[in-house]
Design a protein around this ligand. Structure first.
Ligand SMILES: Cc1cc2nc3c(=O)[nH]c(=O)nc-3n(C[C@H](O)[C@H](O)[C@H](O)COP(=O)(O)O)c2cc1C
Ligand SMILES: Nc1ncnc2c1ncn2[C@@H]1O[C@H](COP(=O)(O)OP(=O)(O)O)[C@@H](O)[C@H]1O
Length: 309
């Protein structure tokens, strides 16, 4: 997959199907859109382009920035997995936000991307103050001879699948439900950093990652997780929070990898969250904490061995 970011100076060769969206989470609804775009591109021998924005518009327009379901890197990874030929993170600026739907359509979709087909969800809005809706996009499509393919919002158990709903589920620690809407678990990818070196002394070394403030996090507490290290998957038990027993100034994501030994500082790891186990607690001493982590490990292991393939 080709990838373009940080530039508005884009000129592609050939013609394309463009699927539009922020794709935060690349959830089951997004997957349906991307699938339609891919199928259409294949049928018509066009390039399949996913067009998103970076930063997320709510971070630029400001009064209510949305914490993101997914990291930028993971979004790209998932869009690639959906078979797109090109992923564009178009720079989202205050000036760009003031562009009318007509200019966006003509300048970006027609002139830069040579769109023959545009795929959008039925609740898609675009252009200044989101004045452009799907009906208006169809008017522009007629004008520039671009087919507009509208995909109905995907529902699950009567609930529209949306990034907003998934954010809510994650913020309530409902990881299994979030996973069923996402089509994949809530995941944190990051580099292992050094901590207080206390974990190993209490029998539970942990890989430490700093929680990304731009993202939504499940409530502080302990979770059954799976961990990918060097392309191998292990069971894990993860604490999210500030470690009140020993105290940490940053919100941390710390994982003890079950049945693993090895030194992996600086390595990239992927932690997927499957189930909330208990809230974070302050213990009187590290012995009590260590005993509780041993119990958490057993709880996590039991859950993971019955629920994971
Ligand atoms: C499964 C698990 C559960 C944890 N639960 C708590 C907790 O409830 N309260 C707390 O203060 N710290 C908790 N911790 C974090 C420990 O305080 C931390 O891992 C330990 O201090 C080691 O820190 P270090 O990696 O910086 O050496 C937990 C860690 C793990 C792996
Ligand atoms: N089972 C394991 N789970 C997590 N980390 C492990 C494990 N075995 C060895 N390690 C290593 O130990 C380090 C964590 O040890 P710890 O004493 O908690 O130090 P720190 O405070 O720097 O995280 C990890 O970064 C990793 O390199």
């Amino acid at each position: 997959m080709q990838y373009i970011c940080g530039s508005t100076d884009i000129q592609i060769t050939g013609e394309s199907v463009v699927v539009l969206g922020n794709f935060d989470g690349v959830h089951k609804g997004h997957q349906m859109l991307l699938h339609e775009a891919k199928a259409n591109a294949k049928e018509n021998n066009l390039m399949a382009i996913a067009l998103s924005f970076y930063p997320h518009p709510t971070w630029v327009l400001g009064n209510n920035p949305k914490p993101l379901v997914m990291s930028r890197q993971d979004r790209k990874h998932q869009i690639k997995a959906e078979g797109m030929d090109l992923f564009i993170e178009y720079p989202f600026t205050v000036d760009f936000a003031h562009i009318s739907p007509d200019i966006f359509f003509k300048d970006v979709l027609v002139d830069k991307l040579h769109a023959r087909v545009v795929v959008v969800g039925s609740n898609y809005f675009f252009g200044k103050n989101k004045v452009g809706n799907v009906d208006y996009m169809k008017v522009l499509g007629e004008k520039y001879d671009v087919e507009i393919l509208v995909v109905d919002t995907v529902k699950k158990d009567g609930q529209v699948i949306s990034s907003t709903h998934i954010r809510q589920l994650i913020s309530e620690g409902k990881m299994e439900e979030a996973e069923s809407f996402l089509g994949h678990p809530y995941t944190v990818i990051g580099t292992v950093v050094h901590g207080k070196k206390l974990g190993r002394t209490i029998g539970f070394p942990t890989i430490n990652m700093i929680a990304d403030p731009a993202r939504i996090h499940p409530p502080n507490g302990v979770y059954a997780t799976t961990v990918k290290v060097y392309n191998h998957e292990y069971m894990g038990i993860t604490n999210v929070g500030y470690n009140p027993t020993v105290g940490s100034s940053y919100k941390m994501i710390e994982t003890h990898i079950i049945d693993f030994t090895g030194e992996i500082y600086g390595e990239e790891v992927e932690v997927a969250f499957h189930k909330f186990i208990r809230p974070e607690q302050k213990f009187d001493n590290v012995e009590e904490l260590s005993k509780q982590i041993a119990r958490d490990t057993q709880t996590g292991k039991k859950f993971l061995s019955t629920h994971m393939k």
